[in-house]
Design a protein around this ligand. Structure first.
Ligand code: GMT
Length: 374
């Protein structure tokens, strides 16, 4: 099968999932064409059967901003015709589903109608899709796609309830490569990030308001007052400077290490004792699954799709949004009881590998493609 994949190339779970899926499909024999404005961060080329097509959106004085949606649609249609794509799998509703639908209509002339599969990842529905300026076009993009998936039951329900979408949305969860994300995969550099006797507490995000970075720091502050600990922050985004300032104001600047965007996070995660994810609502929480695969239990919020990933009281603890006291107490319970931590760590790894099996999940996408192509 010849598949086009469009995703955001920058750091972020949707681009990571799209890339891993594309690589897995290519390994199984499909031809995969990534189409985006930059090379996805986890895509190392060359590789057999994998191609990358860069989208350039030229500017013009009359344009408010370069019309990326149109340049993307044009590139998609061009690749579809040249490579003979069977379908386009777009990740994140806006603007990718809209560009995909335009491309499908544009390349309709050849007699073969290319299909569009859209995967919803989270904020495309919970934030962007809720905005009245974007709601109707998000709903339209979903309804006009030939197949639609969402990464958790929570997101599927949100899409149907909040957007009033009248069509089937299949839940296909995210996955991680259990051979790459392992409890013993820390690099020698990562091992130097926390000294002996210090508990490394990890947070991974794009530093946006939905991640509640302030809560990450508040929880860590309560931990480090009781035991020696170090906070490792992976990622970057609009609230990073706020986080740096808060670490200073709370008096633990020297205990917080901002690592920025790390490509190989599987080399850092295993040094963690816990992952903190106190978000308002994660549709899935890929960072949690990645940490679990590395044997790192998760302290997070009982909100959104995170309870579908982390089992409260077994692979981590989930508390109400904003309950920094509760999260700190739960963290300390694990950090001060080595046997209990070891049980949680083992269960976290087991759950990531057995409940989110890469092979089966990739096969579910492949089966959906076949059904969509009829
Ligand atoms: O948080 C975002 O807006 C970024 C987005 C992304 O592109 O990575 O994250 C969403 O998709 C991930 C992959 O499916 C999920 O693991 C994240 O939970 C989801 N983020 C939110 O729902 C906040």
């Amino acid at each position: 099968m010849k598949i086009g994949i469009t995703c955001y190339p920058t750091y972020g779970g949707s681009g990571v999932v799209a890339t891993e899926l594309g690589l897995a499909l290519a390994e199984r024999g499909d031809e995969v064409h990534f189409i985006s404005y930059d090379l996805p961060s986890r895509l190392a080329l060359p590789r057999p059967r994998v191609y990358f097509h860069e989208v350039v959106a030229p500017t013009y004085p009359l344009f408010v901003s370069p019309p990326y949606t149109l340049a993307l649609a044009t590139k998609m249609a061009e690749v579809a015709e040249r490579a003979g794509l069977d379908l386009l799998h777009v990740h994140y509703a806006l603007p990718h589903a809209i560009s995909g639908i335009l491309a499908r209509e544009m390349s309709d002339g050849n007699g073969v109608r290319m299909k569009v599969v859209t995967t919803l990842h989270g904020t495309d529905i919970t934030i962007v899709g809720q905005d009245r300026s974007y709601l109707p076009i998000t709903r339209w993009g979903i309804e006009q796609s030939d197949a639609v998936t969402a990464v958790s039951r929570y997101l599927t329900e949100m899409t149907i309830r909040e957007l009033g979408v009248r069509r089937t949305v299949e839940t296909i969860p995210n996955f991680v490569d259990p051979k790459r994300y392992t409890p013993d995969g820390a690099s020698s550099f990562a091992r130097t990030l926390a000294s002996d006797g210090e508990a490394a507490i990890v947070h991974v995000s794009n530093f946006r308001p939905v991640k509640r970075i302030g809560d990450v720091l508040e929880v860590f502050d309560r931990i480090r007052r009781r035991i020696p600990a170090r906070l490792l922050l992976i990622g970057d985004g609009p609230e990073r400077s706020l986080a740096e300032r808060l670490a200073r104001d709370l008096g633990f600047e020297d205990r917080a290490t901002f690592l920025g965007n790390v490509v190989a996070i599987e080399t850092v995660l295993p040094v963690g004792k816990l992952l903190l994810l106190p978000s308002d609502a994660e549709s899935f929480g890929l960072a949690a699954l990645e940490a679990m695969a590395c044997g790192v239990p998760v302290i997070g919020t009982a909100a959104g799709g995170l309870p579908e990933v982390v089992e409260d009281g077994a692979s981590g603890f989930l508390k109400p949004v904003g309950d920094v006291e509760g999260m700190a107490e739960a963290a300390l319970e694990l950090l001060t009881d080595a046997d209990r931590w070891a049980r949680f760590s083992k269960e976290a790894r087991r759950r990531a590998v057995e409940e989110f099996p890469t092979r089966e999940i990739v096969s579910r996408y492949r089966k959906l493609y076949e059904e969509t192509l009829g």
